[in-house]
Design a protein around this ligand. Structure first.
Ligand SMILES: C[S@@+](CC[C@H](N)C(=O)[O-])C[C@H]1O[C@@H](n2cnc3c(N)ncnc32)[C@H](O)[C@@H]1O
Length: 218
């Protein structure tokens, strides 16, 4: 039975306060603990020069240097997060690396939908979306997956990196503590019903962490 938590306004606010405070430490933890899964996931985005990748939630922007290895600093990286502390870390990275192809936005992942895309100042085509370690902690996670697919170009890529453990365990407790989310949501199982070319590898971190990917059906 899927756990329903982190759905209320108060739970969300608590999670954001936690990330605001943890932003410095989180940057290192997220890069180190999930490195193998992250490298694999980013490869699955199939990024090419000049493309646009949307990262929700982007946290401290730990992925951005890896995106740019594929984009060669071309195209556009859009990062969305609700924690200003996490986004401050991204700003430092943008400045340090001199990236000119990164845009960040303080926004709620639940608000990123077709309207958000249609009413932006500039017209953009989303080639790929990366949701890493977000859906396990976000409310309305199925809607978020639906919205992410809806704003992708036809055949665009969606890649999700997250936790899935069917039964309670110590490892699951660690995942819940570090990520302030749940570990038993059937995220990749839901994705499978929505995309073509679905693929999942759930062997990362000795099991518990998965990378799932697929393409928007044409
Ligand atoms: C576990 S971290 C993952 C960050 C990043 N993707 C990574 O892997 O390092 C979860 C992130 O979700 C953000 N977050 C939580 N609720 C959110 C919401 N409703 N909308 C956007 N971001 C949210 C937090 O601020 C935090 O940065």
């Amino acid at each position: 039975m899927e756990t329903q938590m982190y759905g209320t306004k108060e739970e969300q606010e608590n999670a954001i306060r936690y990330y605001d405070k943890l932003s410095v430490l989180y940057d290192y933890i997220s890069n180190w603990y999930y490195k193998k899964a992250r490298n694999y996931a980013i490869k699955e985005l199939q990024l090419k020069n000049g493309q646009t990748v949307l990262n929700v939630p982007c946290g401290t922007g730990v992925n951005f240097k890896y995106f740019n290895e594929y984009l060669n600093n071309t195209g556009l990286i859009i990062g969305i997060d609700l924690s200003s502390g996490m986004l401050d870390k991204v700003k430092q990275k943008i400045e340090k690396n001199g990236w000119t192809n990164v845009k960040i936005e303080l926004n709620n992942a639940t608000k990123i939908d077709q309207n958000w895309l249609d009413y932006r100042d500039e017209q953009i085509i989303i080639d790929s979306v990366f949701c890493d370690l977000g859906l396990s902690g976000l409310p309305e996670w199925r809607n978020i997956i639906d919205n992410m697919i809806s704003i992708l170009k036809p055949n665009g890529r969606i890649v999700i990196l997250d936790w899935y453990l069917e039964k309670p365990s110590l490892k699951g407790d660690f995942g819940k503590w570090i990520g302030k989310g749940e570990v038993d949501r059937p995220i990749y199982q839901y994705l499978e019903t929505k995309v073509s070319n679905f693929k999942v590898d759930d062997s990362f971190n000795y099991g518990g962490v998965f990378v799932a990917s697929g393409s928007k059906p044409e």
